[in-house]
Design a protein around this ligand. Structure first.
Ligand code: TRP
Length: 364
C-alpha cells in the first residue's frame, strides 16, 4: 500500500530541550520516524515563532538553533529519514500566513486558549505584539505548507491544531479542495502529556530552574533526581506515601518499563507493586529515587553520548539544516503554487485568463 501520511512538528528554539519535550514528543517522533509508516517527516525549528515574543533578543534564538538541532540528532532524529529545517528560511510560510489571515477573525484568535494563557504568562496586557497574537495563523501555515496529516505535539498545542483545521476547512470551502486537514497525535501515556518540573510545579520551565535537560551530565541528572519533590507528608520510611502529585512517581510513569525492575529493583515485579508498597508505608523516597535515577541514566546516556559526538562537527550540523531547508522549501513552494491557483492569483501562468481578458477587450 502506498504511504500517505505526512508528519510535521517542531519546537521553538528558545532553549535546550529537556525531558518534558522528550517524553511529550521527541521520543514518539523517533519511533514514528523509524516505523517506516510515513511518506514524509518534517521536523522544524520555529525560530520565527520564537521571535514573536523575543524580538528584542534575537541572540537567544540564534544561539539555541544549534542547541535544538543537536538535541534532535541526539535523540535519534535522522536527517536521512526526516527533513530537519528552520522556519525562517522558508519564505513561502509568510506568504501562506498572509492569505490565511483573512480567514480568521480577531475574536477567534482572542478565544484561542493557548494564546490567552500565553498572553497572561508574559504580562503583555494591552501591548501584545501583533505577530505574537497571530502566531496560530502562522502555525497553520507551517502545518499546511507540508500537507501534514499528522502533527505529534503536546496537549498545549490542541487549540493550535483546532485553529489550523478551521483555516483548512474555510479555505477549502471558499476555494475548493486544496489543503489537507491535519490531526493531532498526543502522547498515549497521561504522565507524558505534561511532565511536571522536578519541584512538582505543573510545567518544566527554564525560568523556574526545574528542568532536566537532555544535555545534562550524569552528575546533574543524579543531583536533580535526588532533590526531586515527592510527598511532603511522607517523612519516615514507615509513613504511608501519596502518589498523587508525587513527581518521582509521575516520572516513573513516564520512563519506567517492566524490564527495569529485573535490572535495578528485582524485589518488585512491576510499577504497581512498587506503588502499592509506597502507599502502604515502609518504602523510603531514597530507594525510589535511586531506581528512577538508574532508569533515567539508562535512557539519557546514549542521548548524551550521541550529542557529544555531533558537537565535534558543528559546521556539518549547519550544513544538514541547510539541506533540510532546501528540501522543505521545495515542498512548501508546491503547496503555495496550488494555493495561488485556487485563489486565482496565478495571473501569469493562466493562459485562459489572459486570452479571456484579451477577448473582452476586443482582441482575438
Ligand atoms: N508552537 C509550537 C511550540 O511552542 C511550535 C510550533 C510552531 C509547531 N509551528 C508548529 C508545532 C507546527 C507543530 C506544528 O512548541
Amino acid at each position: 500500500m502506498e504511504k500517505e501520511k505526512i508528519i510535521l512538528t517542531g519546537d521553538r528554539p528558545t532553549g535546550k530541550l529537556h525531558i518534558g519535550h522528550y517524553v511529550g514528543s521527541l521520543r514518539r517522533r523517533v519511533e514514528l520516524q523509524n516505523s517506516g509508516l510515513y511518506k514524509k517527516i518534517f521536523v522544524f525549528e520555529a525560530d520565527g515563532q520564537a521571535l514573536t515574543d523575543n524580538i528584542d533578543n534575537p541572540e537567544k534564538v540564534r544561539q539555541n538553533v544549534i542547541e535544538v538541532a543537536l538535541d534532535y540528532l541526539a535523540v535519534g532524529l535522522d536527517p536521512s529519514k526526516s527533513t530537519i529545517f528552520i522556519q525562517s528560511q522558508i519564505p513561502e510560510l509568510c506568504e501562506l500566513t498572509f492569505y490565511y489571515m483573512d480567514l480568521v477573525t480577531v475574536s477567534r484568535l482572542q478565544r484561542n486558549p493557548t494564546v490567552k494563557t500565553e498572553i497572561q504568562m508574559r504580562n503583555f496586557e494591552t501591548s501584545i505584539p501583533v505577530g505574537f497574537f497571530t502566531y496560530p495563523i502562522s502555525q497553520a501555515a507551517d502545518i499546511t505548507a507540508f500537507k501534514a496529516t499528522t502533527v505529534p505535539v503536546g496537549e498545549d498545542q490542541e487549540p493550535m491544531l483546532e485553529q489550523a483545521r478551521e483555516i483548512v476547512r474555510r479555505f477549502n470551502y471558499i476555494y475548493g479542495e486544496t489543503l489537507v486537514e491535519p490531526e493531532i497525535l498526543l502522547p498515549d501515556n497521561a504522565a507524558c502529556l505534561r511532565l511536571p518540573g522536578t519541584d512538582g510545579k505543573a510545567k518544566m520551565s527554564k525560568s523556574l530552574g526545574n528542568c532536566i535537560y537532555l544535555s545534562d551530565s550524569a552528575d546533574e541528572v543524579e543531583k536533580k533526581v535526588r532533590s526531586m519533590y515527592t510527598d511532603p507528608t511522607h517523612i519516615k520510611v514507615s509513613d504511608p506515601g501519596k502518589l498523587e502529585g508525587n513527581t518521582v512517581f509521575t516520572y516513573l510513569d513516564a520512563f519506567c518499563r517492566p524490564e527495569h525492575f529485573g535490572r535495578y529493583l528485582p524485589d518488585y515485579a512491576n510499577l504497581d507493586e512498587l506503588k502499592a508498597h509506597y502507599t502502604r508505608g515502609g518504602l523510603g523516597d531514597v530507594k525510589v529515587k535511586k531506581f528512577l535515577a538508574a532508569i533515567m541514566q539508562e535512557e539519557l546516556a546514549p542521548i548524551r553520548e550521541r550529542r557529544k559526538a555531533y558537537e565535534k562537527d558543528i559546521p556539518a550540523i549547519y550544513d544538514m539544516l541547510k539541506k533540510g531547508c532546501e528540501v522543505a522549501r521545495e515542498a512548501a513552494a508546491q503547496t503555495l503554487d496550488e494555493v495561488r491557483r485556487a485563489m486565482k492569483i496565478n495571473y501569469f501562468d493562466d493562459e485562459a485568463l489572459i486570452a479571456e481578458q484579451a477577448k473582452r477587450f476586443g482582441q482575438e
